[in-house]
Design a protein around this ligand. Sequence first.
Ligand SMILES: Nc1ncnc2c1ncn2[C@@H]1O[C@H](COP(=O)(O)OP(=O)(O)OP(=O)(O)O)[C@@H](O)[C@H]1O
Ligand SMILES: [Mg+2]
Length: 189
Amino acid sequence: MDSQMDEEAPKMYNEKPNILITGTPGVGKTTLARLLCEYVDSLTYVNVGDLIKEKKLYKKWDEEFDVPIFDEDMVCDELEPYMQQGGMVIDFHTSGFFPQRWFNLVVLLRCNNTDLYDRLKARGYAEKKITENIECEILEVTSEEVYDSYDSDVIVQLHNEKESDMQNNINIIIERLKMWKAQKDAQKQ
Ligand SMILES: Nc1ncnc2c1ncn2[C@@H]1O[C@H](COP(=O)(O)OP(=O)(O)OP(=O)(O)O)[C@@H](O)[C@H]1O
Ligand SMILES: [Mg+2]
């Protein structure tokens, strides 16, 4: 998938940060993103997978896995006005097609194979689907995509395995958001 290192595109001047939460299916994106939006009132949660289905942002259907094959341009066009407003928490398992300029923070969630396997199994996923997702995590497919697509200074990689990791991860993200705000305020002076 092509990354959009769109240096020529206009910069975003939002008062509120846009955050991407990404990682292999089952790493805990939705759980963490929703919790973050509970902690920080000014943030709005967007589940891109649900949005694709609700707004029919696809032109083809994957018969084998019974899921839509989303259209990257349709997804970006749908999200653009919201990203211009700022304060969006975007939850999606793939990220290289989003414009780089959208995000002030990119959270890459990771999980060990054993816990990931158990989580996907508990969802009732078929062995083939579980294996594909575990391989994706082992081969660092999502991780590579993130590091190829975004500046390393906006990326934060977090392990999300135990229940206690969740609160630690929220604290780390909130600290990063405070740093972003402080930098922004300093630029205004
Ligand atoms: N830190 C954690 N400790 C223990 N269990 C967790 C943790 N984070 C998430 N989980 C559990 O893992 C499962 C998968 O989490 P979640 O649905 O948030 O993943 P996801 O990355 O959004 O997956 P998908 O990409 O398929 O939507 C859920 O049952 C959730 O309760
Ligand atoms: Mg999810």
